[in-house]
Design a protein around this ligand. Structure first.
Ligand code: FMN
Length: 156
């Protein structure tokens, strides 16, 4: 029943990107929320199965992108494919951001945050982020109920 309740909720989905050891990747995350106002903090939950998590283990920062309503294709790419098999960043437009993070051209609202602590959440790890840069553009976003049919590239 817990799964049914969770599956009925609605919340924004994000694309988290990171870089370490000269590699870059990213994945869709729904387990993500602002966690503090002052100081500003954001908690991003990464599955230990994901390639993005493996990069994030040695990373100092993440970029977190809100996904425009018309960019379901980016959720299918970053949530439905794994970097273990597909070079996702070769299939979309992006530019270099703070700390060498890939910033997705298709997502004009984003922030970059340094990883200030890591937390065992179960099969996910929580990365607490302190924002260092951000951009905002008004627009409709994608939510979990819009994309929950996308089959994750990695089982959680
Ligand atoms: C709607 C949706 C929500 C997801 N939420 C999360 C999440 O909160 N954390 C996570 O690590 N993966 C989440 N995933 C799964 C990853 O995005 C997916 O397995 C991705 O293919 C992993 O790519 P990677 O192996 O290149 O990192 C979600 C996927 C979808 C479609």
């Amino acid at each position: 029943m817990f799964d049914r309740v969770m599956g009925s909720l609605n919340y924004p989905v994000f694309i988290a990107t990171t870089t370490s050891a000269g590699e870059r990747d990213g994945c869709v995350i729904g387990f993500a929320t602002q966690a503090s106002i002052d100081p500003g903090r954001f908690l991003a939950g990464l599955s230990r199965e994901n390639r993005t998590y493996r990069l994030a283990r040695d990373a100092i920062a993440l970029a977190v992108h809100a996904v425009p309503r018309e960019r379901r294709d980016l959720v299918e790419l970053f949530g439905g494919e794994t970097g273990d098999e597909v070079d996702k960043l070769a299939r979309c437009d992006w530019s270099l951001g703070p700390h060498g993070l890939p910033i997705l051209d298709g997502c004009p609202s984003w922030f970059a945050g340094t990883i200030v602590s890591r937390h065992d959440l179960g099969d996910h790890e929580g990365l607490l982020l302190a924002p260092v840069d951000a951009r905002y553009e008004r627009g409709e976003l994608l939510y979990f109920q819009d994309v929950k049919d996308v089959e994750p590239g990695h089982p959680a």
